[in-house]
Structures are given as structure tokens and as C-alpha cells.
Ligand binder design. Structure first.
Ligand SMILES: NC(=O)c1ccc[n+]([C@@H]2O[C@H](COP(=O)([O-])OP(=O)(O)OC[C@H]3O[C@@H](n4cnc5c(N)ncnc54)[C@H](O)[C@@H]3O)[C@@H](O)[C@H]2O)c1
Ligand SMILES: [Zn+2]
Length: 365
């Protein structure tokens, strides 16, 4: 749906690429403090060399930047700098910068084009693709936003060299998710090359990024506004994850870490409700066993949490319909579906308990 380009360096021939896509060579560059420091000078020089006109905006590198007050301040900076509808927004960073940049682009002058240049594994494989852009409200995460598809998604996996290991694993959770929900062969590839990918070795890294980005784009193309249930399968593991993130105050657990735990719960739930066979469950778990968490995080943010408390917090999932929890389950490895009927609390609690046993390293039943 968007033009996605995966290569190193992705900025070579950018001017021409812009022309081909009917974009002017005028860009507002949005960075966070980290991406500005790491990649700003080099990127701005490339733009100048290629005849671009640019202005730059920098926000603090934290989730709190996805706020209305930040957006409001940046609108002001853009108006003062005479940025009009002929300009584009280019967001350079992780999901925070991508979501904020997309939000501003969707609303400024009733909408200007956004180009995403993701620099985290999560952003390259998930948040920069699909056009969901949002800011947070004190009453809920991602509550205010738009569907605003990027004109271009420029992915250069070499940017990941500076990304902390914790962020690599967090992004890898979404990558594995694509294997689980859509592509068994890809899941096997990820299983086989897990170490190489998380160590950022080529060509495995680029292959994993490319395939993930294209699976997400394909799902979004087929179900843009989440009407058929297909786009909802991207939320595999996420009903559990949202509860965990909420309990961790959206601070002490990375989204991807919550998704890793959530996928273990969802695998157990799929098996316990008799959709997924035992061998597939075991194989899925053996892949998720490879994920690492910083010391203490798993214990404090999951193992020590009462299953009932987690279940309660899952109900605040913004994707709930009435008082019903929506679960994405697996039929087989590589095929997910959105469960339409209501699930009793009992099997959900059992799945959480099973996941706790799995992560505490004890033998399964
Ligand atoms: N729009 C969507 O469809 C969608 C999907 C998933 C997540 N999200 C959103 O994405 C956000 C999370 O994104 P994220 O995980 O990328 O977090 P993030 O943007 O906070 O980035 C994580 C950290 O890595 C730093 N960083 C970024 N690139 C770097 C690099 N190359 N080298 C070193 N450090 C780098 C950032 O400065 C930040 O400190 C959340 O707000 C979430 O709601 C949106
Ligand atoms: Zn996610």
C-alpha cells in the first residue's frame, strides 16, 4: 500500500525517489534526541547534497513525546518556519517519532505527506507500516489519531547497529509474530537463524526485516480499517500484552517484551481451547524460549503477578468490544484467526498459569 524500500544506504538517490512519487524536495525532519545525535548530521548533509530544502525538529526520546502538548508546540514551530502544504514530513526514529510525525503530518494544513525512516527493529517491521498514527491521552495510549499512510517507508537495517540489545529483542517479538500468524516457512527461517538475526548478521537481518515489513503491508492492504478480522490477527499475543504493559505503567516493560509473554499465553490458550495441537505448541514455545529479558524484569513484571490481576487489566484493552475480550489464536503455526465467541475466564487464567510455569523454567505439566 505504501512504497517500502529496504536497502543500505536507503538515502541514495532520494531526490529521484521523491520525484517519482510526486513529492516535493522540501522536508520537515523529525528526530528524537538519540536519532538526531546518531544520524542527524549525516542525513541532513545527504539532503543538502541532493538539493533538498529542510527544517529540523527534535523531541525528547521518550513515550511522553507522543502528546498533544508536543504536537501543539511543533505545529507552532512549523507555522513560524513557513511550512505549508507543499512540504513533507520525514520521521527519523522509532515508533514514538513515527507516530508523532505521522500524527502531525495527518493534521497539519489538513494533511501533508509523511515519509517514514524507521530506526528501531520494531519501527522497521511494524509501527512505520500501515498508516496508524497517534498520540497518547492521559486516559489512554494511542487514543487520538488518524489513518495516514506513509508515501514512502525507507528501511535501512544498518541503522540497527547502534540499537541497544533490549530494543532488538523487543522488535524481534513482532518479527516472530509474523511467522506465527502468517507464514510457517518464515517461522522456520527465524527459528533457524534467530541468533544471526539478533546479532544483526547479514543477509539474515535484512531478509527478516524485509519479510516482516511485507507481511504487515500485505495484511494492512487487505483489511485497512480492520473490518474483516484479518488486521486484528496482527494483535496475536497483544490482549495479554496490553494487560502486562498497563500493570508496568507503560514504562518498565518494553512493548515487545510484553508481546513475547503474551504470545506464550496465546499459544497455551490456543492449545487449551483445542485449536492448536501439542506438537505445534511445543515447537512454538521452543522458539519463544530464545527471548531474553533484562535481569529481574520477567520476575517482577510477570512471574510475581497474580493471574486474576493480569486478567482484570486486560479488560482495559482498547480493542475490547463491550465487555468481551478479543483473542487472536492459532490454528496451526502460520495461521491465526480472531476468535469471535466469548471465552470464559477459566481457560484464560489457565493459559496465564501455564505461561508462568513455562517461564519459571519448570517442567510443563
Ligand atoms: N503505529 C503503529 O502501528 C504502531 C505499532 C506498534 C507500536 N507503535 C508505537 O511505537 C512506539 C514504540 O516504538 P519503539 O519501540 O520503536 O520505541 P522508541 O521510539 O521509544 O525507540 C526506543 C529507543 O531507541 C532509541 N533509538 C531509536 N533508533 C535508534 C538507533 N538506531 N540506535 C540507537 N537508539 C535508537 C530511541 O531514541 C528510544 O530511546 C509506541 O509508542 C507504540 O505505541 C505504533
Ligand atoms: Zn505490537
Amino acid at each position: 500500500m505504501s512504497t517500502i524500500i529496504v536497502r543500505t544506504p536507503v538515502t541514495a538517490g532520494l531526490g529521484e525517489l521523491f520525484s517519482t512519487h510526486g513529492l516535493s524536495k522540501k522536508v520537515v525532519m523529525l528526530f528524537d534526541e538519540n536519532t538526531r545525535k546518531l544520524y542527524g548530521d549525516e542525513l541532513l548533509k545527504t539532503l543538502t547534497d541532493q538539493g533538498f530544502q529542510w527544517k529540523e525538529l527534535v523531541v525528547p526520546a521518550r513515550e511522553a513525546s507522543k502528546s498533544f502538548s508536543t504536537a501543539y508546540r511543533l505545529y507552532g514551530r512549523m507555522i513560524e518556519a513557513d511550512v505549508d502544504r507543499s512540504w513533507n514530513m520525514l520521521a527519523v526514529g522509532g515508533g514514538v517519532v513515527g507516530d508523532l510525525g505521522g500524527f502531525i503530518a495527518a493534521s497539519y494544513y489538513r494533511g501533508i505527506p509523511v515519509i517514514q525512516l524507521p530506526t528501531t527493529l520494531l519501527a522497521m517491521t511494524d509501527s512505520s507500516i500501515g498508516g496508524k498514527v497517534a498520540i497518547n491521552h492521559p486516559l489512554g495510549k494511542n487514543m487520538i489519531g488518524f489513518f495516514h499512510l506513509p508515501k514512502l517507508v525507507l528501511i535501512d537495517p544498518s541503522y540497527l547497529k547502534t540499537l541497544p540489545e533490549r530494543e532488538i529483542y523487543a522488535g524481534m517479538a513482532e518479527v516472530i509474530k509474523y511467522g506465527f500468524i502468517a507464514d510457517e516457512a518464515f517461522l522456520s527461517f527465524l527459528d533457524l537463524n534467530f541468533k544471526a538475526i539478533t546479532e544483526l548478521q547479514e543477509p539474515w537481518l535484512t531478509e527478516a526485516v524485509k519479510k516482516s515489513a511485507f507481511i504487515k503491508d500485505d495484511v494492512v492492504t487487505k483489511d485497512f480499517r480492520e473490518t474483516s478480522g484479518l488486521r486484528a490477527t496482527l494483535n496475536f499475543g497483544h490482549t495479554f500484552a496490553h494487560g502486562l504493559e498497563k500493570l508496568a505503567e507503560y514504562r518498565y516493560l518494553r512493548h515487545g517484551e510484553a508481546v513475547t509473554i503474551g504470545m506464550v499465553c496465546a499459544l497455551f490458550l490456543s492449545h487449551n481451547l483445542e485449536y492448536l495441537d501439542r506438537a505445534s505448541l511445543e515447537r512454538g514455545l521452543s522458539i519463544l524460549k530464545k527471548f531474553r529479558f533484562p535481569k529481574g524484569v520477567l520476575k517482577l513484571r510477570f512471574l510475581d503477578i497474580e493471574s486474576e490481576l493480569l486478567l482484570e487489566n486486560m479488560f482495559s484493552d482498547k480493542k475490547k468490544l463491550d465487555k468481551k475480550l478479543r483473542f487472536v489464536l492459532l490454528k496451526t503455526l502460520g495461521e491465526a484467526f480472531l476468535l469471535e465467541e466469548n471465552v470464559d475466564n477459566k481457560p484464560v487464567l489457565k493459559a496465564i498459569d501455564d505461561a508462568r510455569i513455562f517461564f519459571s523454567g519448570k517442567r510443563l505439566h
